[in-house]
Ligand binder design. Sequence first.
Ligand code: SAM
Length: 249
Amino acid sequence: MIFDVLTIFPKIFASPLSESLLKKGLDKGLIQVRVWNLRDFAEDKHRMTDDYPYGGGAGMVMKPEPVIRAVEAIKEEDPDAKSALLTPQGERFHQGLAKRMSAHKHWILICGRYEGLDERVRMAVVDQEISIGDYVLTGGEIPALVLIDAVSRYIPGFLGGEHSVEEDSFSQGLLEYPQYTRPPVFRGLTVPEVLLSGNHAQIQRWRRRESLRRTFQRRPDLLERALLSEEDLTFLRDLRNQKEMAGQG
Ligand code: SAM
């Protein structure tokens, strides 16, 4: 999986890519992250990548030529590469989109700064627009890192060991069950007994129910789209009844 990142602040990527699983993924060759400085694609003598907005107003706008040249150079090398512009105006990023993106092996990630990019970049070379949430950040670099992290987790071998991304929150449309580790008792707070029982069937059942309970309490909207068994539905009906009774009491 190749991520080509276009930015005017390439140094931002050094630290996140030099630790933990992202570093291991790079070392093992499971992912490749190439960070390109957009200034290197500017052809004027000052290597300008931004300019004043037409029509006036505050701030600067990123010039179209360096970004378009950079994307075209990468696409010339690999015509299958797809480009994604990080923008608060794009499709909201979510687990399903991360999974879908992992099926494509080469992404060009375009990071904006200032007031964003000249609109002609979108028109000329952008295949997809992605937002990491309804808030505005100073640049697209952190969103690009979010995307690299979330997409890479779907690459076989990236997470190592037996961890499966399918067990995490959102993968099956639910939030994950609560996790515990040693010690079994801490300041009077105990680990649920079933987790110490060694009975895998019971543990699985408990985890499914806690996952349903947590989703019901925190993100009931997710339940509308989740794949639920008859047993799940009965459990959720009980939770709803309990809540109604508590409300009446
Ligand atoms: N004026 C732009 C607007 O209102 O849509 C926002 C520009 S923002 C200050 C600068 C850059 O940060 C954007 O071009 C984009 O690359 C990035 N950015 C900011 N918030 C983002 C978000 N929620 N998701 C993805 N990228 C974001």
